[in-house]
Design a protein around this ligand. Structure first.
Ligand SMILES: NC(=O)c1ccc[n+]([C@@H]2O[C@H](COP(=O)([O-])OP(=O)(O)OC[C@H]3O[C@@H](n4cnc5c(N)ncnc54)[C@H](O)[C@@H]3O)[C@@H](O)[C@H]2O)c1
Length: 329
């Protein structure tokens, strides 16, 4: 009998194999495919596990151009961080689009962090002012780290601030990311520092807006990745209402993004307030930033195409470098 082999890649393998720059380029291409009918991506399945304060997401994708199929299972357990465990555990399966043969199984937590950072990297590349040099991140967790890394990849960031409800987490983040990115990273002691900030990413577990609207100055670019449920949000509605609103995927955001759905429900704007999908901006079908004063806002709930293209980089590099270990099916 034929013995099929697949590769297993750990979190450390993924981090060694996929650079943020490669992920940004791949996710940019994935967003183009998504916006132009070249992706087969059913809406993800959400299992609410109320008694455990948890959500399980099942996210499939097929990209004909990549000739691959992927499937991610990501389990988000809100009480995990208090137990010293990661908020999310995840696995990704990558399969060949030609025969359906499974190619690899890999850690989905590290992959998700890289591809979510990369999504904000793509949006920031197109929407932030060219001369942006000061960044801020809300949420000193797993996603916050790759958010800052991505911002530093697409703009010449000279200084960053971190905000977190836990001072200790913020301090650890500042020390670690300052060293990693070779820039000063400060724990923000007041919201007034936002007056210096050019680019802001929110990657918190908060269900309420994480700052007041008056602190945001004209010309700021905002990425929000933290909330993915209709009832939760990170960005104040006053900012969403006046910003140029760009999304990863219209249909998904209109199903899941509280940052958009709550103001719609309040009658502050309707669906037409979504200016574009990021894919339409990349394709130059819709204009990116039009002046130095506008506030641009990228809302991303995360899409399975990001997982597929990032998993593909990891798999192909693993083959070239003999990384990971092989399992026989
Ligand atoms: N959009 C996407 O594609 C995507 C992908 C992965 C995760 N997420 C979401 O991103 C969020 C963060 O995930 P993570 O893995 O980094 O979690 P994490 O637990 O590692 O970090 C979250 C951090 O947010 C902080 N925080 C909570 N409320 C805050 C507030 N009001 N102000 C400042 N900081 C606050 C927490 O103290 C914690 O340090 C989660 O809600 C997760 O579901 C989104």
């Amino acid at each position: 009998m034929r013995k099929e082999k697949i590769i297993f890649l750990s979190a450390e393998d993924i981090r060694n194999l996929v650079s943020m720059k490669e992920a940004i380029d791949a996710v940019e291409s994935a967003f183009l495919q998504l916006s132009y009918g070249k992706a087969v991506v059913p809406m993800r399945t959400t299992i609410n596990i109320q008694e455990k304060d948890a959500t399980s997401l099942i996210m499939p994708a097929y990209l004909p151009e990549e000739n691959q199929i992927s499937l991610k299972l990501i389990n988000l357990y809100n009480q995990n961080p208090e137990k010293g465990l990661p908020l999310a555990y995840s696995l990704v399966i990558l399969a060949d689009g030609e025969t359906g043969k499974p190619l690899a199984v890999m850690d989905g937590g590290s992959l998700t962090a890289i591809r979510t950072g990369a999504a904000s990297g793509v949006a920031t590349k197109y929407l932030a002012r060219e001369d942006s040099s000061v960044a801020a991140v809300f949420g000193a967790g797993v996603q916050g780290r790759t958010q800052l890394e991505a911002l530093c990849n697409v703009r010449d960031i000279k200084k960053a601030y971190v905000f977190d409800i836990s001072k200790e987490k913020a301090k650890n983040f500042a020390e670690e990311m300052g060293k990693k990115l070779s820039i000063p990273v400060y724990v923000a002691d007041s919201y007034s520092v936002l007056q210096e900030v050019d680019i802001l990413s929110t990657a918190t577990t908060s269900k309420e807006p994480v700052f007041s609207p008056e602190f945001i100055r004209p010309g700021t670019h905002i990425n929000a990745v933290g909330s993915y449920k209709p009832s939760g949000r990170e960005i104040p509605e006053e900012i969403v209402s006046k910003a140029k609103l760009v999304v990863d995927h219209r249909e998904s955001c209109l199903e899941e993004a509280g940052d958009i759905l709550i103001p719609i429900k309040k009658g502050l704007f309707d669906e037409s307030h979504i200016f574009a999908e990021i894919g339409e901006i990349i394709a130059r079908e819709k204009p990116a930033r039009e002046n130095r004063e506008e506030i641009t806002f990228f809302k991303s709930v995360g899409n399975a195409v990001q997982d597929l293209v990032t998993a593909k980089i990891a798999y192909e590099k693993a083959l070239r470098t003999s990384t990971g270990f092989t399992i026989t099916l």
